[in-house]
Design a protein around this ligand. Sequence first.
Ligand code: HEC
Length: 169
Amino acid sequence: MNRYRSFAVLALLSWLAACAETPAAPAPWPEPLAADADCTLDSTLVPGVPGSPGHLIRSSRNPNGDSELSALMRRFIDDLYAARAAVEAGKPVTPMYPTHRRMRCSWFTKPEERDALYDGMAQGYLASVQAFDATPSQDTYNAIINGCAACHSVKCGGPLDYIDGMRWR
Ligand code: HEC
């Protein structure tokens, strides 16, 4: 847990809107979506849910609170560390797609940034998550990290160094 504490301190020092360079403590939330639940760029987001504008999630990292998407990104990080550890230990991996696909219907810090460019890259990322869920391996894990980096090099550059550090070398 020490690691998370130093992340929190570093992130407080280097806080940059929603694009903090290092993540804070993990978010246990949210739940996986049902297989038939609608979640695309066309989905209308529900005002007032945790992480929506005016209802940011309380956070030790960000004095303004976290958006739904920021909290989800930190869940991605947790899930990937756990998935890699499971592969290394030869254990089964919990499928990530049902939770990660929420990224297409989550509130951003700035809601207008949820656009077609983002959604296209989200679909690419989610395809790599499905490939990993089907066949967990070092290669399919690193393909997910490529998807993180591809979107962040266009949309939100802050965490790129951190993302690079997640590669399984
Ligand atoms: C399709 C685009 C996209 C993909 C793929 C993506 N991100 Fe993000 N990420 C974003 C956006 C946009 C934000 C800003 C969220 C907001 O507006 O609140 C963000 C925020 C973050 C943050 C900052 C969270 C905070 O504490 O404020 C981290 C860290 C992060 N992403 C890491 C990752 C990692 C690791 C992956 C892959 C496992 C990933 N991202 C995949 C678009 C993406």
